[in-house]
Write a protein that binds this ligand. Sequence first.
Ligand SMILES: [Zn+2]
Length: 357
Amino acid sequence: MDLVSRHQDVFGEMERLLASAKTLAYYNSSAETHVIVDASFVGLGPILSQKQSDGNFRPVTFASRTLTDVEQRYSQTGREALAVVWVCERFHLYLYGKEFILVTDHKPLDIIYFPKSKPPACIERWAMLLQPYTFKGSQIVIPDKLRKQTLQLAHEGHQGIVKTKLRLRGKVWWPGIDQDAENLVKSCKACQVVGPMPKQEPIKRTQLPDGPWQDLSNAENRDWRKEIPKFLLAYRSTQHSTTGKIPQNFYSIGKCTKLPEVDTEKGKDDPDTRRKDSEMKEKGKIYADQKKKTRESDIDIGDIVLQKQTKLTNCPQPSNTIRIMLLREKDHDLPKRTMKGIFPKGTVHLLKSVTDK
Ligand SMILES: [Zn+2]
């Protein structure tokens, strides 16, 4: 391995490591800040993390200390309250004068701020110590098992992604909560059924055939023997819209047959015609795509999709409901065209089903 490519490899690895969640991020005074408070039987281990430009949270600093013998005899809530106080002092440099989210159970703050009986001296002191800090409300850290249920509660009434996240925010937290909320809403069957249908796909232009009559087999479903003379007369004598040439000029009409023969010398290798054809087709495509605001479909063979119903069926549902449609093809090598063949209007009535993956 030469020196240059070795250096490139090392540099690439450094880039990857610097951007990974394992590496500490730089502190940014204007970034959204979370302080995750963690207290165990023997010690405290808070994390200060900040939202990065990519939307993910990355740790800025960690801290840890063991509990004294006396502190180890505190209740779990007492230890967590101690952790809140200690973390604010410990991360003072980062947190003072800044609004931040304290990620913790609500209980430790309750015992500090709303003690049921007259609090012991140390808790009164804690409340004093916490005064200079501005936390944006506490959030309950939801354990793994309850996250799905919490998400479903937040999505009750089938609000969109933004509103579902808004309901969660400020109340609960866990790592990756935003992504989980997005995934839930995107995969909600009810939301998909009433949601907007996909945009029409961009126009796919045909390639200019290598010679005349190459694509005749694709022509309309009529008896081509009868239709051909009418068609030929009109076609041959009219200037073609994309090539700008009169097709007559491409043929040499044989003396002993009514069918046209290809003048291979004349019809082939006309770069000017080919260029004009592709230019015109491109122009037409751009215009049509912009007008219809088309978008490339993400549906592929083998996907399970929802199909929009345009006609009333026997089902006691309104005409615009969608049913699940299996598109599973045995042969995955089939060209995409086959799929379009099943749905003559392309994929405009189909919606990729996320739920039934
Ligand atoms: Zn929903």
